[in-house]
Design a protein around this ligand. Structure first.
Ligand code: ZN
Length: 346
């Protein structure tokens, strides 16, 4: 399709973003062009917006950022097999190479040559996005646009929560951003026995409780380690889902874990973290799992079934819906932390 579109892009290697008119992307034979209806904001987008050390090393400008989205297919390349114009899609945002060791042995989620939408190639904060058909995920048209756009980060929660047993388990979730909040809900509907949520921002407490947390702990006021050990008779929890990336929370994750328990680490620390490896991991026999993205496409099928079951209303976590043009305001709200998920609409 020829013509211009509105997009939010990093023009320069500096903080901020520019809304500008740019060319609608041209599609390759195996791509589809999607008219974006909703795009949600991820922590990664804030890193790019603020242009932190990670973004400076990773992102080349000019770049349209944003990767969580949903929209309608409006054009398909000549080698596209399944999708047709009119289909409603979201996407797995990790475009895997298909030929590295990991891709060829069923571990595509840790592909060595991964390209991420909105990071390594142009993304979704735009009226149109071109994506390979291979990452498109068809979604029912009846699904609310904003819910359709948040399936990708919800998939992070699904992957982290279900990376080991969860039914009947005691669970501690550090960090109640959207992924942590969904992890609370997923643990609840999956039969977790007791759920502890650890979060310093009061604005997220009610959502954590509504999604099923039995204890919501503000670590600035109550020592979460002491509290969790008290409630579990000194045993600690069976499962920890670390969603914050905060160095102290990561250390506490291991301190509250029972011997032989499981920690899923998803939150990304911005620097090296010191741990008591001997006591908190080795002698404890801890099972430590790094959670990167989603299992491709196992997590997506699982996500679809959870949505279809109606057991968890993802919308509970959406606190703001703003027109795309207000992306700067949206980023400021993100920065404040006084929010759940923020969705931009087109
Ligand atoms: Zn690969």
């Amino acid at each position: 399709m020829n013509g211009k579109m509105k997009a939010a892009l990093k023009v320069e290697a500096a903080p901020g973003a520019t809304i500008a008119l740019v060319d609608i992307p041209q599609i390759s034979p195996r791509d589809v062009l999607v008219e974006v209806k909703a795009a949600s904001i991820c922590g990664t987008d804030l890193h790019i917006y603020e242009w932190d050390a990670w973004a400076q090393n990773r992102v080349k400008t000019p770049r349209i950022f944003g990767h969580e989205f949903a929209g309608e297919v409006v054009e398909v390349g000549r080698e596209v097999k399944e999708l047709v114009p009119g289909d409603f899609v979201t996407a797995e945002t990790h475009i895997t190479c298909g030929h590295c060791y990991q891709c060829r042995t069923g571990q595509a989620h840790v592909c060595r040559n991964v390209q991420i939408l909105g990071v390594d190639r142009d993304g979704a904060f735009a009226q149109y996005i071109a994506i390979p058909e291979s990452v498109a995920w068809k979604t029912g048209k009846e699904i609310d646009h904003s819910v359709a756009s948040i399936q990708e980060p919800f998939g992070n929660a699904v992957h982290a929560t279900f990376a080991g047993d969860i039914a009947d388990m005691t669970v501690a979730i550090f960090g109640c951003g959207p992924i942590g909040l969904w992890a609370i809900g997923l643990s609840r509907i999956s039969g977790a026995s007791t759920i502890f949520a650890i979060e310093p921002n009061y604005k997220r407490f009610e959502m954590a409780r509504n999604l099923g947390a039995d204890y919501v702990i503000n670590p600035r006021e109550v020592d979460p380690v002491q509290k969790i050990l008290d409630v579990t008779d000194g045993l600690g929890v069976d499962v920890v889902l670390e969603m914050s990336g905060h160095p102290l929370a990561i250390r506490q994750s291991f301190e509250v874990l029972r011997n032989g328990g499981r920690v899923s680490l998803l939150g990304i620390p911005s620097s090296m973290v010191e741990l008591d490896l001997a006591n908190d991991i080795i002698f404890k026999g801890a099972n430590v799992l790094g959670i990167s993205g989603r299992l491709i496409f196992d997590t997506w099928y699982r996500t679809r079934r959870i949505l279809e079951s109606g057991q968890l209303d993802l919308k509970q976590v959406i606190t703001h819906t703003l027109p795309f043009e207000q992306i700067h305001e949206a980023m400021e709200i993100m920065k404040s932390g006084d929010c759940g998920k923020i969705v931009l609409t087109f």
